[in-house]
Design a protein around this ligand. Structure first.
Ligand code: ATP
Ligand code: MG
Length: 622
């Protein structure tokens, strides 16, 4: 399953209206809800603007926010939904520290891999530490100290905790913070398949994630993401379907297949090397030209008329043995306007690859920046992978000249490459045609080649991942099996951006006047607006209504501020509490109060005081 917005089984009374607990009753005059007319100029996204204007959050420094009382309540509600679904999936909650020793990350190579994203610090004894961007190392180290046996597995442990990442460009409020709240879970297994295996827990977590985001009222898509060490469908991202999202996903409208750009496959794309050469091969002097656009323009073509040849090498940095000898270099050729996809190169080559070390590649004879496919003929132990769109469908390509500062035009594969070109998809051989580029909208769908992939935008709110043994091997978490053999634990990890999810709920549900909270995550369910907060009878009525609602499990905020009605109604719309009851002298003279749902544009309805609480609860359930 790759796409879903399936609902969990319906319950007659929504979980957020549970009579097992009395709802909270709070008074506006006793809390702090600093609503504002304007948001700072750097707030562009509606959800960011509204969380600031609604008095939910205040920035402390770049990417770091205080959650004011309303926001903290929402965060608690999202957390509680996450908690319930994690517990139901068999996971246990714990809490690890944010501060951890750098030795952990040195063991797994992430001290380097994280680069500047990591908040590093040194304590008074000169010990290096870091603030956790995620906790694979801490939890692996924890279990190492416990001498875990196979009988105790599988185990699934999670926490809801503050994470730190020194993002280059913190943006859009809580969507990309440098300090943010994440739910992170880690599972441990002795097998991938079968009862108790990684796959089983992964599927449970997948379903738990569907439940969480459905309960938060979000419209989302689960997309296939990078496959990692285990391969296959080993990773899914949960994307809120939102035009303002940072991420691009590709979907097949016919089958529902959805994947992120890095992972997305394409259906078969036709290719051949048949086109006859046109014009003579010509070499041009192109010194110091900035980027492919500039070069293309100089050569009188476009990036789509150029071949881009990237030099990679086996990830081990040495030759790998293949069926027909060793491979030291991998050349990936795509059209100039396309992007090489390392994961796809890995799959086509049959082994992991990385960008070639520039010094070593130059020493081997590659004119980095000016390489053409001919280098595969000239330099021994080179595997050439060609994307279908970069084959001979076009007769005359522009390409590097294999010498610095020069490019060729009118390059013909058949005439000029000096290579034995394949006639059909051949998985072996030194020259192969394969899908090695990032997918694009308009590409044939991998599930239904008659359909075309479409691009959508999304906000990544969750990510589940089959880790395999990367961390257990690096750190030495070995599990004793029934035969007294010790093997590295097989792990999965599962993240939810809790604070990001909170803001995504706003981005998906607002109007011109403010936020329109989905009831399950709203800070309060009902807002009682007192137009005359000083009148004793009104105070009694407000308290009584609040009491009835609270007894039914609803959280109630009473606006008892000495403000003008206009101010109160504006603020009520801005903070977005689902149901509003207004108590005023005029309606009360007829024994009525006014009842209104936040999503209804029309004026509220007059209802008899005695009906107000039950009708408000009905509205909440609707
Ligand atoms: P992104 O691609 O958005 O930077 P990521 O893939 O690096 O995120 P993960 O390591 O998968 O993030 O973290 C798990 C979840 O934590 C993400 O799915 C996202 O919802 C949330 N998250 C990650 N980085 C941030 C951030 N800077 N601010 C808020 N939430 C974040
Ligand atoms: Mg992610």
């Amino acid at each position: 399953m790759s796409t879903t917005t399936a609902a969990p089984s319906p319950t007659p009374t929504p979980a957020f209206l549970s009579t097992a607990r009395r709802g909270d009753v709070a008074r506006w005059s006793q809390t702090i809800i600093p609503t504002a007319r304007e948001a700072p100029a750097d707030a562009k996204l509606p959800s960011h603007v509204l969380l600031i204007r609604g008095g939910y959050i205040r920035q402390v420094t770049a990417g770091v926010y205080t959650y004011l009382p309303l926001a903290w309540r929402v965060l608690q509600k999202v957390s509680q939904i996450v908690r319930e679904e994690m517990n139901a999936a068999g996971a246990s909650e714990l809490l690890m520290p944010a501060l951890a020793p750098m030795e952990h990350l040195k063991k797994t190579g992430r001290a380097e891999a994280y680069g500047d994203l990591l908040f590093r610090l040194t304590d008074r004894h000169d010990r290096e530490s870091y603030l956790g961007p995620t906790h694979e190392e801490v939890i692996t180290d924890l279990l190492m100290g416990m001498n875990i046996s196979y009988k105790q597995l599988p185990l699934n442990l999670y926490q809801i905790q503050t994470k730190f990442r020194d993002e280059f460009r913190p943006r859009a409020g809580l969507l990309r913070g440098r300090e943010f709240v994440m739910k992170d879970a880690y599972s441990f297994h002795t097998s991938v398949e079968g009862p108790g295996g990684l796959d089983e827990t992964y599927d449970k977590m997948y379903r738990a994630y569907v439940n969480v985001f459905t309960r938060c009222g979000l419209d989302f898509t689960a997309v296939e993401a990078e496959s990692g060490p285990i391969g296959g469908s080993a990773s899914h991202e949960f994307m809120v379907n939102c035009e303002n999202g940072e991420d691009t996903i590709l979907v097949c409208p016919a089958t529902g297949y959805a994947a992120n750009v890095e992972k997305c496959e394409t259906g078969p794309r036709p290719w051949s090397f048949d086109a006859a050469p046109t014009g003579e091969l010509k070499t041009h002097h192109t010194p110091g030209m900035p980027g492919i656009e500039g070069v293309a323009q100089h050569l009188g073509t476009t990036p789509a008329g150029m071949l881009k040849t990237i030099v990679l090498e086996p990830a081990v940095g040495a030759s790998v043995k293949t069926g027909d000898g060793g491979v030291r270099w991998v050349l990936a050729v795509v059209r100039g306007d396309h992007e090489v996809n390392e994961g796809k190169v890995r799959d086509a080559a049959g082994f992991p690859v990385k960008l070639a070390d520039e010094k070593a590649a130059r020493a081997a004879g590659f004119a980095i920046g000016y390489v053409s496919p001919r280098a595969a003929a000239a330099i021994p132990d080179t595997l050439l992978l060609i994307d279908p769109d970069a084959t001979g469908g076009r007769a005359a390509w522009a390409t590097g000249s294999d010498k610095p500062d020069h490019h060729d035009t009118n390059f013909s594969w058949t005439r000029d490459s000096g290579l034995a070109l394949p006639a059909a998809d051949a998985p072996a051989g030194r020259v192969r045609v394969a899908d090695i580029r990032n997918a694009l909208p308009g590409d044939p769908s991998p599930r239904d080649p008659s359909a075309r992939l479409e691009a959508r935008r999304g906000i990544e709110v969750g990510h589940i991942f089959k880790l395999g043994t990367k961390y257990s091997e690096a750190m030495g978490l070995h599990i004793m099996d029934a035969q007294q053999q010790r093997n590295p634990a097989i792990m999965g990890c599962y993240g939810i951006g809790v604070s990001r999810t909170m803001q995504a709920c706003v981005e998906m549900s607002f109007d011109d006047d403010g936020i329109v909270w989905p009831a399950p995550v709203a800070p309060f369910h009902a807002l009682i607006v007192m137009l005359d907060p000083d009148v004793d009878e009104h105070k009694r009525i407000a308290a009584d209504l609040a009491d009835q609602l609270s007894a039914a499990g609803a959280d109630v905020l009473i606006d008892d501020r000495p403000e003008r009605p206009g101010v109160k109604f504006k603020d009520a719309d801005l903070i977005g509490i689902p149901v509003r009851i207004t108590i005023g002298a005029k309606a009360l003279a007829n024994g009525n109060v006014e009842l209104k749902h936040r999503r209804d544009k029309s004026k509220g309805e007059q209802v008899p005081l005695a009906d107000a609480a039950p009708r408000a609860l009905d509205l909440l359930r609707s």
